[in-house]
Design a protein around this ligand. Sequence first.
Ligand code: NAD
Length: 488
Amino acid sequence: MNDLSSVAVDGTAVRTGLFIDGEWQPSASGATFPVYDPATERLIAEVAAANADDARRALDAAHRAQKSWRKTSPRERAELLRRTFEIIQSRSDEFAAVLTAEMGKPLGESLGEVAYGNEFMRWFSEQAAHVEGTFGQNPAGQTNIIVTREPVGPSLMITPWNFPLAMGTRKVGAALAAGCPVIIKPAALTPLTMALFVEALEEAGVPAGVVNLIPSDRASVISSSLMSDARLRKVSFTGSTGVGSTLLAQAAEHVQNSSMELGGNGPFVVLSDADVEAAVEGAITAKFRNGGQSCVAANRIIVHRDVAERFTEAFVQRVEALRMGDGRGDGTDVGPVIDGKQRDRIATLVDDAVAGGATVRVGGFVPAGAGSFYPPTVLTGVDPGSEISREEIFGPVATIAVADSDEQAIEMANDTPFGLVAFVFSQGLDRAFWAAGELEAGMIGVNRGLVSDAAAPFGGIKASGLGREGGAFGIEEYLETKYVALNR
Ligand code: NAD
């Protein structure tokens, strides 16, 4: 591999190197790792595998770049982000094709992710010039209190495979707007979309060292080597709660600023006065978007007994009509899951639930043939204490449990260590607001099955994380507060 290497993925050329200090390059060791198409299980790329030396070089570059990057004008940073937004927009089809090839989601959903992910570039281009401080007087009158905001410093971003573009732009847009250089470690299963994104930033004119990309199949080697270096000032992680806890422990050594977007176990609550048809549509979106591989997926559908039968019959009918297939195909609603390991994990969760008394209404089997497919599945009569109710399913499997009262439904919904998202359907404004107040989650969808929005604060409580991404809060994660006491 030479430093210009790229591979054609569904007709789009994608860089396969590391990007450090403004140069595409092979890894120091020359090692690579494979990337597969989950729909066919075929190899689509070999990508340079960064090691600890590469990580250190990326941090050297980011640390050097920090001195000038933090001093650029907010307008300059805003315009870089805006140019990147426009480049991505003009290449949406290519981004979407690569996203589908490496991750498997249907092309229409990939285009949706490109639009959503790119919205963070536009949003943070607008935020960059609106960072404010304060000026005041202390109560005794001897000093003026001047409060300014400054960039945190070199930031490590570790992203998951389920939204390969959006989970990166949501962090990178905010960090660059705030004046922080970044080191991105994308998921090993889906590093290609992030390479396209970095190429767009390069084309937009990002200075050398401000954005560094170090894909690797040895994530913990990269994070440990960077986090043991006090020059790294921030870690922003999206992924599972277990890995998030490990990173928080590592961040303690140098007291590195940490943002954690972790796992969820989202309840989808249908109250007794819900519009059942709307609830069914909301549940289809909340459960089957991205094949259920979303941290904000409906993991547990909890329905009031009065509407349970009507909801279940209509929901099962809708799920029966969902078409599973290669994401490139016209009319595919649900693509493959990310790999065979995930498919087998999902199959075991379903089999154990059935052994524990649940009933399969649709799906519930591993289909024959190539590709890591698991069909859209509905289980009823699921024990709320069973593993499938306790764990994040992260696949196209819906479980329905019945509650005897609205109060019991909320109690069941909150019975989890996680608190990322919750959905509630009710036609009564009072009832819906009561439920939104009672549900323990960082985000509540009321009468809708989708909450993600670049202009809103995304994040969880309890074991689902620390900090918020997007909205007015997103840039805050990359800013520190400095107070100057001015003698009067
Ligand atoms: P994961 O935790 O296995 O991996 C996430 C990232 O961390 C990847 O880049 C991976 O290479 C890296 N990683 C893995 N082990 C590591 C280690 N020991 N040290 C450092 N880095 C390590 O998660 P995943 O399977 O890629 O993603 C699914 C999880 O992400 C789910 O739990 C989902 O809920 C969560 N998620 C959360 C959000 C959110 O915003 N809260 C969004 C998307 C996904």
